[in-house]
Design a protein around this ligand. Sequence first.
Ligand code: ATP
Length: 330
Amino acid sequence: MLLIKKILVPLIKRARLKKVNIDARFIKERKLGQGSMSEVWRVKDKLSGRVVALKILDLEKTARLEARFEGLAKPCEGEVAIKLRHPHIVRTLEHGITTNNEQYLVMEYVNGVSLTLPVALQNELMQSHRLTFIVEIGEGLDYFHKQGWIHRDLCPRNILVDRQNSIKLIDFGLVVPNTPPFRAPGNRTGTASYMAPELIKRMPTDQRIDVYSYAVTCYEMYTKQLPHGVDPTLTLDMIVQHINQSPTDIRELVPDIDDQVASTIMTGLAAKPEDRWDSVGAMLHRLRGAKERLEPESEYEYVDDEEAGDDDEYEYEYEDDDGEWEYEDE
Ligand SMILES: Nc1ncnc2c1ncn2[C@@H]1O[C@H](COP(=O)(O)OP(=O)(O)OP(=O)(O)O)[C@@H](O)[C@H]1O
């Protein structure tokens, strides 16, 4: 059933998509990012009058990625992103194919910075919001897992902090369904320093690879360094040499860290998946508990999954509930 919902239905929908002439429809205002797979622009959408973020995927790189999952019919980024409705996940409004055959996504424009910046600066924003950010990332990821997906590329680069200091997860280009064919050993796609040992060693994987990446991200948010102290520019093969060693305990680097937070992160970094948190929800539960104890005065609002799914503020402006325009401008 999950296979039909996650793979066959999106394939049929993709075949039905109409092509959009990007240059005719959008006015490019400025480039927001040059990812490894795409260009992202802040644009004005002439059709809706809105300022949005437009992600255009590189044709050849996307084809190469899809070829790595040949026979598995990996859903494309837009098919995954369009269904996500959570306050800590960027809202995708539409996806489709350009007249140049590139895949594109129209997203809410997030006015903010990548989490890599406060991680590197360890500034007042990071000091005062660290636990809130950690809980919000966990909420977004926990929701994501409950929709039946594995992210495979969670890292500070793929997390934005907006002007309200709220977390938004972005980039679902490497996402796969959490189903047996995609959990089988194979592709080592992701960002090397955040990859779980079982993924690097080409062993079977599941949602616990994201638990590991989440724990690496939390570790970095506290220490500004990676758990094995390795250089983030190292290649996968070089990282293989480090993954069998235990990571430096976070308490050695941050002596005043709360013990519950420290032990929760360290369990998330366990080399063997069976020694790690089984789910992001379990890890989040411990981190949220620590936050409530340490920051009882904080006005943080707990995000309920069910309520999160009701966030339909954009719905009225877009034509159908898949967010796919039936508009064609050749
Ligand atoms: N909705 C958005 N609002 C504002 N900026 C965005 C948005 N989406 C993406 N960006 C910016 O564009 C950059 C690249 O986006 P994204 O990570 O989705 O591309 P990518 O090609 O998949 O990148 P990579 O694979 O290198 O992580 C982001 O780091 C961010 O700075």
